[in-house]
Design a protein around this ligand. Structure first.
Ligand code: C2E
Ligand code: MG
Ligand code: MG
Ligand code: MG
Length: 293
C-alpha cells in the first residue's frame, strides 16, 4: 500500500494516518455503489424567524446510511467525492428524496416552505443541475418555489461568478432563492458579492459560535448583516445554539436562523411533525376551501 501511493504523494509512516487512509479507501469503494443501493438519506433542519420562531422552510442535509458504520455525516464522505462524478448521483438521490417528501407534505396539507438543496459546483456549471431540479418538479407536480439552492463560497475556487451565472440566473427567473452559504470562511471576494446574483447570505456558524466570547466575531457579524442589508439580501445565521446568540443576532439586524436551539436536522417524519397546516378550523372549512387552494 505504502509503495503504491509513494509514487504520487508523500507517505507518512504513522499508524493513525495510515488507518485514516485505509478507511478513506474503503469508504471510497463503498461510495461507488451507495446511490444505487439507496443508502443516501436526508435530514431536514428548519429555518425560522429569530423573533417569533415561525417556520420559514427547511435545509436538506444529506447523510449516508453505511451498511456497517451506520449513519455518517457529510464531513466523512463529501471530501472523498471531490472531483468525481459520484457527487452527481448523490445529489440526484437527494433531489429525489426531497421531492418525494415535499409531495407527501403538500398532499397532507402541510406547508414545508422552500426546501434548500446544497448544490455542488459540478451541478452549477452546465445544464445538469437545472435539468435535475426541473425534472423533479415536473414529475412530482411541484413548484420551483418549493425549492431553494445553497451554494458555498468554494465554488469560486475554480470558477468565476460568470461560469455559474447561467444556471443561477435560470433558477432565479423561476423565483427560486439562491443562498451564499458559509459566508466569510471561503473564497468569496467582494467582487463575487458584487457580480454573483444571490438572494440570501448565510453567516457561517464559526462566527455565531463565538458570540459572547469574541468581540471581533461579533463585529464581523454586524458588518456582514449590514453588508447583506445594503446589498438588499436576506441574512440567515447558521449554528445558533443559545438564546444569547439568538438575541445578539436579532440586535444586529439578522432575523432568520437555523440551529440546535430550534431543531437539529431530523428525518422527514419528525421534521414534519410541527409544520404549519394549510387550513385550520373545521373539516368543513377545509373541504370548502380546498378546491380554490
Ligand atoms: P452547511 O450547508 O453549512 O450546513 C450546516 C451544517 O451545520 C450541517 O452540518 C448542520 O447539521 C450543522 N448545524 C446546524 N445547526 C447547528 C448547530 O446549532 N450547531 C452545530 N454544531 N452544528 C449545526 P452537516 O449536516 O454535517 O453538513 C455539513 C456540510 O455538508 C453542509 O454545511 C454542506 O456544505 C454539506 N452538505 C450537506 N448536505 C449536502 C448535500 O446534500 N449536498 C452537498 N453538495 N453538500 C451537502
Ligand atoms: Mg447549506
Ligand atoms: Mg452553511
Ligand atoms: Mg456551514
Amino acid at each position: 500500500y505504502a509503495a503504491k501511493s509513494a509514487r504520487s504523494t508523500v507517505v507518512i509512516f504513522d499508524e493513525a494516518s495510515l488507518a485514516l487512509r485505509l478507511e478513506a479507501n474503503q469508504l471510497s469503494a463503498a461510495l461507488v455503489v451507495a446511490a444505487d443501493r439507496n443508502e443516501f438519506i436526508v435530514h431536514y433542519q428548519p429555518k425560522v424567524s429569530l423573533l417569533t420562531g415561525e417556520h420559514l422552510g427547511f435545509e436538506a442535509l444529506v447523510r449516508w446510511r453505511h451498511p456497517e458504520l451506520g449513519i455518517l455525516a457529510p464531513g466523512r464522505f463529501l471530501p472523498l467525492m471531490e472531483g468525481s462524478h459520484l457527487i452527481r448521483g448523490m445529489t440526484r438521490a437527494v433531489v429525489a428524496i426531497v421531492s418525494h417528501d415535499l409531495r407527501a407534505w403538500k398532499d397532507a396539507g402541510l406547508i414545508p416552505g422552500p426546501i434548500a438543496i446544497n448544490l455542488p459546483e459540478a451541478l452549477l456549471v452546465g445544464e445538469e443541475g437545472y435539468e435535475m431540479l426541473a425534472g423533479a418538479i415536473r414529475e412530482n407536480g411541484l413548484d420551483w418555489r418549493d425549492f431553494a439552492v445553497e451554494v458555498t463560497e468554494d465554488v469560486f475556487i475554480n470558477r468565476s461568478a460568470d461560469q455559474i451565472l447561467g444556471t443561477v440566473t435560470r433558477f432565479r427567473e423561476h423565483g427560486l432563492s439562491i443562498s451564499l452559504d458559509d459566508f466569510g470562511t471561503g473564497f468569496a471576494s467582494l467582487v463575487h458579492l458584487r457580480d454573483f446574483p444571490f438572494d440570501e447570505l448565510k453567516i457561517d456558524r464559526s462566527f455565531v459560535a463565538n458570540i459572547g466570547t469574541d468581540i471581533r466575531s461579533e463585529q464581523i457579524i454586524r458588518a456582514m448583516v449590514d453588508l447583506s442589508r445594503n446589498l438588499g439580501k436576506r441574512c440567515v445565521a447558521e449554528g445558533i445554539e443559545t438564546d444569547i446568540q439568538r438575541r445578539f443576532l436579532l440586535s444586529a439586524g439578522c432575523e432568520i436562523g437555523q440551529g440546535y436551539l430550534f431543531a437539529k436536522p431530523q428525518p422527514a417524519a419528525r421534521a414534519g411533525a410541527h409544520l404549519p397546516k394549510r387550513f385550520t378550523g373545521s373539516k368543513k372549512s377545509v373541504a370548502a376551501r380546498s378546491d380554490i387552494g
